[in-house]
Ligand binder design. Structure first.
Ligand code: BES
Ligand code: ZN
Length: 461
């Protein structure tokens, strides 16, 4: 009946340019969840999305949480057919460093096939493909091949717990479904789609080192007191072995699920060009844990990285001063079986143990996320791969990723259905960085992939 979704694809040929203009409106709302100054914009963004879901033909509502609202929507008229739950996030990362953007960060700008804007790929552009696929199906046929639900959150980028609480309390009632679909990741490479089966977890820590009760003249007092900047550097230097790249926190690797041999074999077969990868990143050579390839380190081994260091004189020229304090933010990316709370505890214990004399060291646990491996065997995952293959012209590869999407582990546990991580982005999308982009052709192909997926799931049932 659906003839490979051609009816809807024809409709999309006419409509997609207009959909792009709607995406631009969505992107113009600076829904930065990390910064309380943007609270009103985050709310405005949730209302925008709510309206778009209603216009698409769904019943939609905002659900209050302790933080930013969740947006829930559904269309449940395909009796006897499976239900697909779409997840996405409408919040975005801050734009800074602002000076490095070619255009204003919240003014979507077309540069050839690229749409450059904060949130373009992560995740507004990607999750908008879900909305527009459903809208195009309903406009063309007046019905959907399956039932659909949407749950879109506004605190993904800050590891907010509102959605987790909602999913746990709901316990699969309202959210009952046969599969969850997430588009917040990327293809493996241009033209090479992927279905992800693993995401890392996270333990995000802050270290604060305090010394004298005020900044001191570094000549008058140098040599007399411990310098918090020096002390912090000594601590950081003891996190990782400079030669082997191993993390030195005792017990850090104890629970880490080792990569299985089939995974190492499959990763090794992927077309991955180390030279092109280093050149793209502008580094002379790559570095990481001894004994593992770059993809194994990035996808399947736990890591520990400084995300920022602050303290002391940062202005122009030289100011001679011993800072009263210094600090660092450190993220540890975790693999399955590592528990974020336990790892945070090991980190704190170790930092306290190696803290140099003469300074106070305080460690706090800012937030965490659980690592996850999802099951991608079975008819629904096959339908997802078929849909991707038909749109991109290549069979998807099964891969893992180093990023985190905190709610995925909860979906997997509570809903107990396959979670399909179908990304439409590209590895060079610059998420979280200046000049974030989403290829316009990927926005269009993403919509088609979702249309095809829903048709495939409907036909398979
Ligand atoms: N879209 C990313 C997750 C991602 C990035 C998956 C790269 C695969 C590859 C998501 O929006 C994100 O950035 N998540 C945060 C979560 C954290 C704040 C708990 C992350 O990974 O840093
Ligand atoms: Zn992100």
């Amino acid at each position: 009946m659906t003839e490979g979704s051609q009816d809807v694809f024809g409709y999309l040929d006419e409509k997609e340019a207009g959909y792009l203009e709607e995406l631009k409106e969505y992107l113009r709302i600076p829904s930065v969840s990390t910064d309380p100054e943007y609270k009103d914009e985050v709310l405005r963004c949730s209302e925008f999305l709510l309206e778009k879901l209603r216009t698409a033909g769904l019943e939609a509502e905002a659900i209050e949480t302790d933080g930013n609202p969740l947006i829930y929507a559904e269309w449940m008229k395909a009796e006897g057919k499976p239900t697909v739950l779409f997840y996405g996030h409408y919040d975005v990362q801050p734009a800074d460093p602002i000076d490095e953007w070619r255009n204003p960060p919240f003014e979507p700008t077309e540069e050839g096939d690229l749409l450059v804007c904060r949130g373009a790929t992560d995740d507004k552009g990607q999750s908008f493909t879900h909305v527009k696929a459903v809208e195009a199906l309903l406009e063309t046929r007046g019905e959907l091949p399956v039932n659909v639900k949407f749950l879109v959150e506004g605190e993904e980028e800050i590891g907010g717990h509102g959605i987790e609480k909602f999913v746990i309390e709901d316990a699969g009632n309202r959210l009952a479904c046969d599969a969850v679909v997430v588009s917040d990741t990327s293809l493996f490479a241009p033209g090479q789609p992927s279905l992800l089966y693993g995401l890392k977890g996270l333990a995000y820590m802050e270290i604060k080192v305090t010394g004298p009760n005020r900044d001191l003249h570094s000549g008058t007092f140098g040599g007399a007191v411990a310098n918090p900047g020096n002390a912090l550097s000594q601590i950081i230097a003891q996190l990782q072995d400079p030669k082997t790249g191993k993390i030195l926190i005792p017990g850090f690797y104890d629970d880490a699920l080792p990569l299985e041999s089939w995974e190492r074999e499959e990763f090794a077969k992927l077309p991955f060009d180390e030279a092109a990868y280093s050149a793209d990143l502008g580094v002379g050579e790559l570095f990481g844990e001894e004994g593992y390839s770059t993809l194994e380190r990035a996808w399947g081994r736990p890591t520990c990285d400084v995300n920022g260091i602050y303290g002391g004189y940062q202005g122009e020229g030289a100011k001679t001063v011993i800072p009263a304090w210094a600090g660092a933010k450190v993220s540890m990316r975790l693999v399955p079986n590592q528990d974020p709370a336990k790892i945070a505890g090991l980190f704190s214990d170790y930092i306290k143990e190696i803290a140099p004399p003469g300074v106070e060291v305080e460690v706090s646990d800012l937030h965490g996320a659980e690592p996850v491996l999802v099951d991608i065997q079975g008819p629904i995952a096959d339908a997802a791969m078929d849909a991707q293959e038909q749109v991109w012209g290549a069979r998807p590869v099964r891969i893992r990723e180093g990023g985190s999407i905190p709610i995925v582990a909860t979906f997997s546990k509570i809903l107990n259905v396959p979670v399909l991580l179908i990304g439409h982005g590209l590895p060079d999308d610059r998420l979280h960085a200046p000049n974030e982009k989403f290829n316009i052709s990927h926005f269009y192909k993403g919509i088609r992939t979702i249309v095809r997926l829903l048709d495939e799931v409907g036909e398979s049932a």
